[in-house]
Design a binder for this molecule. Sequence first.
Ligand code: CO
Length: 673
Amino acid sequence: MAHRPDPTHTHGSRVTTPIEATHPLDPLNGDEIAAARRILADAGHFTERTRVPRMLAVDPSKEALAAWSPGDPLDRRILVTLLERDTGVASEALVSVSRGEIDDLRVLPNTEAPFGQPQYLFEEYEDAAVIVQASEEWRAAMRRRGLEEHIELAFCSPLAPGFFGREDEVGRRIVRSHTYLRLDERDSPWAHPVEGLVVHVDLTERRVIRIDDEGDVPVPMAHGNYDLETQGPTRESLKPIEITQPEGPSFSVDGSLVRWENWTFRVGFTQQEGLVLNRIAFRDGDEDRSVAHRASVPEMVVPYGDTSISRHWISYFDAGEYLLGKNANSLSLGCDCLGVIHYFDAFVPDDHGNPVKIPQAVCMHEEDYGILWKHTDLEGRPEVRRSRRLVVSSFSTIGNYDYGFFWYFYLDGSIQVEAKATGIVFAGAGLPGAENPHATEIAPGIFTPVHQHLFCARIDAAIDGEDNTLHEIETVRIPTGPDNPYGNAFTWSDTQLATELEAQRLADGLTSRVWEVRSAHRKNHVGQPTGYRLIPEGKGLLAAQPESSVHGRANFATKHLWGTRYAPDELYPAGPYPNAHAPGAGLPEWTRRNRSLDGEDLVLWHVFGPTHFPRTEDWPIMPVDYSGFWFKPHGFLDRNPALDLPEDARASCAPGDGADAPAGCCSSDSPHD
Ligand code: CO
């Protein structure tokens, strides 16, 4: 499909809003969310106190998807989680909004082992604060600390409790609340933690079940504000950089379908994961060759390495407990993307199951990315081509932290996934200068516990179709001897990971270990199976001990790689309801079956992310910390797929461009013909 640039949009942005689904993998639209609620209400499943923690589109089976053609009817199904606020009874309904029918309805056994609670509602954040602030014990603790004057403006945070088998918590809907002071309504509360005060709240019974109140560390009172008003005046040394694309972008968008250079994919969005990419394919000649069926970052865990009463239990699952999609930013107001932007709106249900539009939840744009390939030949003649990447991104704010999820598509067939962690580091208080083996002092009296941000990407790979194999490749050293007479030689090993128990692997940077997904049937022009390699950063995994609760609850984060055989309901590596769930759900449970991965429909789960020893430079707001991985073609294509790039990439490196040239090659007023 040739893209015709629309001159009226060259400097603006365009938006795709999900109006009516035309493809089975389109994200949910507002009408569908409203319809699901109406169908359940008409059938008598809504009371005054019924709430909707989550709604997820249920993808059609792969068989149904393969048989579907444009114009065929859709059967749009939504999995709706319902919660009765007064009783804590939770249920799941499978609703076809196309047929107007409830296909299934079951009560979730959340009062029995292994427990688990639906995701938090926004109204529960407010409830938790109200319950804490009404509690006489909390008020007494504040008075005892001399903080009475701060009670009105105090911020009481709703924190997921983990799972510790306590009798007054098991099977119940619990939050633990920390208290922070605010010196005025716009003051950043995270700079004023009240150390050693934890209020445990039962959200169903709407009462404080227990209070921990120990120590009397002074509350740090220096502000942690970072807005212009506080931190101004701003520097004036930066000259403008203008990114313009006078002929418009090189991508085209048709509903959820994106085409850019050789790439095609469909942009999806769910309440749990946020951004999802479906049916990723790379064009080779006349053929769109499949790379992945579905790709997302469906879970992340943030375990804390602190023994204090305030934090030893903390291990937030920001997707499974708080929902990355529901908390996605609207990118309309900020400076999130530069260039010619295409935004995708998203719809999620509110606490009552009514649709809410998140305008411009996903941003897509192109970026120049330096040199893609270059050589200066023996005669001194250079050939150089610019690299460019298509960026598809979203950002979610969960409490104090902000996470960006960036998917980069490159001209050479590579995909890069990058998670950006920023926002406010989670802090406690301590005596200035005190030694603490579990927390660094990043501002006077502000102690920030060591913690990890362990993301789990899920790639439902489909290298030239669904029948794939998985392999581990790494460097092998050879002892000097008959096989290595000069001592210089080395080779590589290629080990098939043929079952789910074999496919639970650690990264090893010293051997350059990578994992390759290969087609079980297709070969390239030198007879090798076509493949893509997952190239890990190989940073630290879960640092907690095997005996700990979090080790079992976030067990996915104990391996860099898991390979599983595709199963439609295996979407979240810590299981569908990690909140207050006992250890063992998700990947460790599924892989006990040890299914074959030999020529099967494979799913890769990759764990990555920083172990964060906070530093003074992270205060009062943290510069982005990057982590991620690459998914690169390896034998997938017969040659470098970017030989046909134009030399000047539309004047982006026009000769004679001097540093002093008043109108640079990319300025909007320079002619391009
Ligand atoms: Co951090």
